[in-house]
Structure formats: C-alpha cells, structure tokens
Design a protein around this ligand. Sequence first.
Ligand code: 13P
Ligand code: SF4
Length: 298
Amino acid sequence: MITDEILRKKKERNAVILAHNYQVSPVQDIADIVGDSLELSRAAARTAADVIIFCGVDFMAETSAILSPEKKVVLPAGEASCPMAHMITAEQVRDARDLYPEADVVCYVNSTAEVKAESDICCTSANAIKVVNSLDKKQVLFVPDRNLASYVARFTDKKIIPWEGYCYVHNRYTPEQVMAAKKLHPKAEVLVHPECRPEVIDMADYVYSTSGMGKHAKGSEADEFIIGTETGMLYRLRKENPRKKFYPLSEDAICQNMKKTDLTKVLNALETLKIRITVPEDIAVRARKAIEKMLQVV
Ligand code: 13P
Ligand code: SF4
C-alpha cells in the first residue's frame, strides 16, 4: 500500500509530514501534524526532522524554509500556490511605506518571502488582532488581505490601512448564502474564517482560523455547525467530532491549489526530495525577523 511506502520512506529520510487543514483526507490522515498556518509554522520551527514534507501551498513551505534553513523543505505539489500571496510585491510594500511613513507594516503569512522581508511583523489568521495590538505605532499598513485587515480593525484603536488583496475562496461567500444556510439549519452555529467579506462576518456567530474552528467545535455545546471556510476543513471537524454535524456554507468553497497534493506526490517527494523550497539567505534573514517577532507575541 502507498501509505506503508510513505511511512517507510519517511522513517528512512527522518522526515516529518505537515499538512494544512484544507488538504484532501488521505493526506490529512498520513500527516504527522495537521494544522492552521500558525501551528504549522511553530511545528516547522521546532521539528528535529531533517526533511519537512509540506502538504500545503507555496507560502507555507517558504515559511518553513525561512524558519528552518538547515532542513530540506519539500512541497510535493510544486505548483501549489496561494493567489492572494501574490497580490502584493516587495516593491509595492516599499512604495506603500513611502506613502505611509508613520505606519508599521504587518503582513499576513499568506505572502511571499520577499514581502515578509519588507514587513515589520508577520501574522496569521489566529493571531492577527494580538499582533496588531502589540505594535507601538498608531497606524498599520496591513497586507495583502483586505478582509482580514477590516476584521482586525474592529478590535483595535489603530488606523488600519488595508491592501486590496483577497482570497478568491472566502471572498466569494455572500450574506444570502449565510441566510439560506441558517434557514436550512436553524440550530447550527455559524463559524467563518476572517478572510470572509465584512458583511458575511457580520452574520456569523464566531470568526476563527481553521484550527480555531476545530477547538471551538470540540468545546461547544452545539451539535450543528455551518462552516464558512474551505471544505477540506470539514473532514477534520467530522473526524474529531463524529457525533456532531457540519455543513459547508458553500460546497464550492474549494481552494484548487490546496487540492493539488495527493499521496502519490507525497511519496514522490520523499523519494526525490523535489520540489525543494529554498529562500535566498539575504531575504530569509529579514523575513525570519518578521516571523520570529510574531512567534514571540503569541
Ligand atoms: P489558517 O491559518 O486559518 O489555516 O488559514 C490559512 C489559509 O490559507 C486560509 O485560507
Ligand atoms: Fe490562499 Fe485562499 Fe487557498 Fe487559503 S484558501 S491558500 S488564502 S487561495
């Protein structure tokens, strides 16, 4: 069986398999750690493995490579990329800094290594509010996700200047979809990701990172949940809470890039160590500062 081969090769390589919550179910099942961006960056920072097989998208593997330059970080689906992470360039960050010299620059982890290198601090969806409130300056240039920026703005006195990026998966949800889902499942709690549009967030009961949703679902008295994030998350929620019911806010909420990894590619990655993700040291040094600063805040 392919899973046996993966486990054998993983041992031989002294590798660890990290998988994001949106990965397809067989990949989640084979992974050593399944988590959100924050949990996976922490895992990458502290692993004793020689090889990190990162089942996710480009910016996540890059973050691991930045935090663990001595390890081999491999992205099994080398073409798996987060479109939002490419909605701002390092040059655009520098230009925006010139426009707003009084602002700290906070970059969402869904960004390139070059953009992280130009930023004062990084954040994930799990810690964005704490990160922003930890800063001294009164203005924050928040890149690249405008929806996460506007969510954070609800919980801070700082002036948030958003970049106009967005996630095509979460930005597609509409208030009408929330209304329809609530009508179908009136007892369900509505959990949405902060990458959703403000009018969708307004209608939710709770707003969480993907793993935040997992913790909430376990602890909640409710038996039913409407889930406003990529549908891969439902596999984990159902697996961990077999007696509870989870409904996707939309069946169409699929991140094509997160679905590019499968078991054959994981095995191939272990065998060939391709596609290896590296970040040039001059960029990594500066990006690491922004990520480590975040890890110190939370
Ligand atoms: P999380 O960090 O909440 O898992 O989010 C990552 C992501 O890409 C959401 O679209
Ligand atoms: Fe990027 Fe959206 Fe996919 Fe997350 S769900 S990886 S933000 S495109």
